[in-house]
Design a protein. Structure first.
Length: 163
């Protein structure tokens, strides 16, 4: 018996391998990458050595929220930034699985149909998103957003955790 899949394991593994390669190439903090199929099921996941124990939950929440809303987690953040009551309601409806910051990217096939999502956590949200988009493109799939934030490289955690 064969079951139809939306996002094959081979593609999910390509997304993860390229995302992690880009993270190492850019000397990012340890990353956790989660790839979901169109139904929200985990297809593949990897945590780099040194990645914090909450990183899986954050990466999953970015991917799951993007898939659930049908838009990237960056766009969720942008649309909800002035609607905190609705954002709180969405978080409650998602049972805490909605992480409305960049790093959750939709995965689309050649026809533009959403077949899954990837979420990354470990460095700044903008850097996480950069790796997710590059991973999706390496698998010869489309992403939403199509391109990373042009300022991704200048984002820094020292803004949040000064020395």
């Amino acid at each position: 018996m064969r079951i139809q899949v939306s996002l094959p394991l081979e593609k999910a593994n390509t997304i993860i391998a390229e995302a992690l390669r880009r993270g190492r190439e850019e000397d990012m903090l340890p990353l956790t990458v989660v790839v979901l199929d169109a139904g929200g099921k985990i297809v593949a996941m990897q945590c780099e050595d040194g990645s914090g124990i909450m990183r899986f939950n954050v990466a999953f929440g970015k991917a799951w929220g993007a898939l659930g809303m049908g838009i990237s987690s960056r766009l969720i953040r942008d649309r909800l930034s002035k609607r905190p009551v609705f954002q709180t309601a969405l978080a409650a409806a998602a049972e805490g699985r909605l992480i409305p910051v960049p790093g959750g990217v939709l995965v689309r096939d050649a026809e533009g149909v959403t077949i899954g999502a990837v979420g990354i956590s470990g460095d700044t949200s903008e850097k996480d998103e950069y790796c997710a988009i590059k991973g999706v493109h390496a698998a010869d799939l489309g992403s939403e957003p199509v391109e990373p934030d042009p300022e991704w490289r200048s984002s820094s955690l020292t803004d949040f955790y000064p020395d």
